[in-house]
Design a protein around this ligand. Structure first.
Ligand code: PLP
Length: 227
């Protein structure tokens, strides 16, 4: 496997060329390094290259890592499915949550966020693929959920998170991402705090950027394949 420094550079240059291809400024697109299943030592290696934002989706795997790296000023994003009994730890240890898909989870996160912590930065996960096993709120329920979350005192609503279908068909990916962009723009007209479209992974970051992504979540192409 190539060194993480080199991988980060390659990913950044893919972001730069995708942005250039659609006349966007690549400084509008934040790179999250998805460190799930990878040890704290690799997170540190990425950190020495200037990468400060990391994403995790297994709590048991994330908490020791976050603890080990507590001496560093990192930004931690939770991107996994959320069960009710996990909200307390998520609210305590993460800066962002991308995967809220029902009100009850938002209410618990808000209630459990410490009074001395910054509000938890939140995205709603949307299901634009129609696959039932996928997490995410259905598009026709989005605005109702957004309105309720926007009222919660310890959350700040920042936008939408989308996971593209696992397909090699670029047309399918594009149409899902375009759908997400339309929904994101509808949210932006109502909520001034909404500025984040979390969309794009190792395999589809170019399509995501062309469709308006402001945050890409890259694991494999930074840290290598997972077991
Ligand atoms: C694992 C994961 C990623 C990163 O996927 P790669 O294909 O390894 O880049 C991004 N987003 C979510 C929600 C994930 O679970």
């Amino acid at each position: 496997m190539k060194k993480i420094a080199e991988n980060l550079q390659l990913v950044q240059s893919r972001i730069d060329s995708a942005a250039a291809s659609c006349q966007r400024n690549s400084s509008e697109i934040r790179l999250l390094a998805v460190s799930k299943t990878k040890p704290a030592a690799l997170v540190r290696e990425a950190l020495t290259c200037g990468q400060r934002e990391f994403a995790e989706n297994y709590l048991q795997d994330a908490l020791p890592k976050i603890g080990e790296l507590a001496d560093e000023s990192l930004v931690w994003h939770y991107i996994g499915q959320i069960q009710s009994n996990k909200t307390r730890d998520i609210a305590a240890h993460f800066d962002w949550v991308h995967s809220i898909d029902r009100l009850k989870i938002g209410q618990r996160l808000s209630a459990q966020r410490g009074p001395d912590q910054k509000p938890l930065q939140c995205c709603i996960q949307i299901n634009v693929s129609g696959e039932v096993q996928k997490g995410g709120v259905e598009p026709d329920q989005l605005m109702k959920l957004a309105a309720a979350l926007a009222e919660l005192p310890r959350l700040q609503l920042r936008g939408l998170m989308v996971i593209g279908s696992n397909t090699k068909d670029n047309d399918i990916t594009r149409s899902e991402f375009e759908r997400a962009r339309t929904l994101f723009e509808a949210m932006q007209t109502q909520y001034p705090s909404v500025d984040t479209l979390s969309m794009g992974m190792s395999a589809d970051l170019e399509a995501a950027i062309v469709c308006g992504s402001t945050m890409v979540r890259i694991g494999t192409d930074i840290f290598g394949a997972r077991q």
